[in-house]
Design a protein around this ligand. Structure first.
Ligand code: ATP
Ligand code: MG
Length: 152
């Protein structure tokens, strides 16, 4: 029966705003967990890139939030949610090169404006809900089924 209904939460981490020193902590934790679960390296790579970009975006663009990951036999879902400020123009935000990163973030090497387009590229499905003044929730879904359609 519905074996895809079996869902396991494997990561539930708070991500603090502006804390560059721990940037990437939640995504590295997820990466090692996925290795332990025996997920193929190529799939882990896609998930790791998407999760890292989501995590850094919470750190540099928001007032803080969380990163969660759930696995089912067929896919992994990574959910990044934050407490604002929300994204006023989503279309612009997904354009390669568009960035509102602060000077401080740029000095740390962020702000190329490539994060969201990379998340899209490496996810099989991406859902974004955002409200200015409230916050943003981004769900990236990556298939765990062997399909042979990898674009790597
Ligand atoms: N969670 C978020 N909340 C508010 N704004 C966001 C969020 N994520 C992205 N943005 C906005 O979308 C823009 C584009 O994001 P994207 O991740 O593509 O680039 P970047 O973070 O600016 O640079 P890079 O990811 O290349 O270091 C950001 O500059 C910011 O204005
Ligand atoms: Mg980014």
């Amino acid at each position: 029966m519905q074996k895809d209904e079996i869902k396991q939460v494997i990561l539930d981490c708070e991500v603090e705003a502006g804390d560059f020193s721990v940037g990437g902590e939640a995504s590295s934790k997820l990466k090692s967990l996925l290795h332990k679960l025996g997920i193929p390296a190529q799939t882990i790579r896609k998930i790791a890139i998407a999760t890292y970009e989501l995590e850094i975006n919470i750190i540099i663009h928001t007032y803080g939030g969380s990163l969660k990951a759930e696995v089912t036999p067929s896919e992994i879902r990574v959910i990044a949610s934050d407490k604002g400020p929300g994204i006023a123009d989503l279309e612009k935000a997904f354009q390669p090169g568009y960035s509102t990163a602060s000077q401080k973030a740029r000095e740390m090497g962020f702000g190329a404006g490539m994060g969201l387009c990379n998340i899209k590229r490496y996810s099989d499905e991406l859902n974004v809900e955002t409200e200015v003044g409230k916050g943003t929730e981004i769900e990236a879904r990556i298939s765990l089924r062997e399909s042979g359609d990898s674009n790597e």
